[in-house]
Design a protein around this ligand. Structure first.
Ligand code: AR6
Length: 171
């Protein structure tokens, strides 16, 4: 395991890191799951900044990422990325999930983020199989860190025990 990768079980809204990643949807207007939790805990400035991004570029495509400040959260930034909806694996879901992690990390580097926390993107409402998603997340982050020195810590924040156990065994 890469020494810069950490694993915890918990609530990502509590993380005092440079950036937390949100599993958003293309509208950027909020939703349920971790997205709902981040907007609830972070307050209205996050949504206001998302609305400005929408006005500028019309939301966020699957696999891409945008950045806002983090409102009342202990983090400095929220990186909103959109994972794929699982559709039997026939719609390039694996590549799109990898893109979501990679584009979040790229945006983090551009914004001098040193510490970043990821939720288990797409494994809730979007129904991506958790074992496949964990392998893709770990592979994508590990490959990125091998090429990039500026990110000091990537924390996988698993909310549910099933994901936590999966990551523990894979890492
Ligand atoms: N901290 C960390 N992880 C969490 C938290 C939390 N507070 N709450 C839930 N999770 P989901 P998706 C985990 O459904 O599948 C939204 O409506 C959860 O256990 O939040 O990418 C968006 O607006 C799961 O493992 O995101 C989109 O419409 C993981 O977060 C849609 O859901 C992702 O589950 C995105 O679906």
């Amino acid at each position: 395991m890469n020494k810069r990768i950490k694993l915890i079980q918990g609530d990502i809204t509590q993380m005092a890191v440079d950036a937390i990643v949100n599993a958003a949807n293309s509208s950027l207007l909020g939703g349920g799951g971790v997205d709902g939790a981040i907007h609830r805990a972070g307050g209205k400035t996050i949504l206001e900044e998302c609305q400005l991004i929408r006005a500028r570029q019309g939301g966020c495509k699957t696999g891409e990422a945008v950045i806002t400040t983090a409102g009342n959260l202990p983090a400095r930034y929220v990186i909103h990325t959109v994972g794929p909806v699982w559709n039997k694996g026939n719609a390039e879901e694996e590549r799109l999930l990898s893109n979501a992690y990679e584009n979040s990390l790229r945006l983090a580097v551009e914004n001098n983020v040193r510490t970043i926390a990821f939720p288990n993107i797409s494994t809730g409402i979007y129904h991506f199989p958790k074992n496949k998603a964990a392998a893709i997340a770990i592979q994508t982050v590990t490959t990125f860190l091998e090429k990039n020195e500026s990110i000091k810590e990537v924390i996988f924040v698993c909310f549910d025990t099933e994901n936590y156990e999966l990551y523990k065994s894979l890492l």
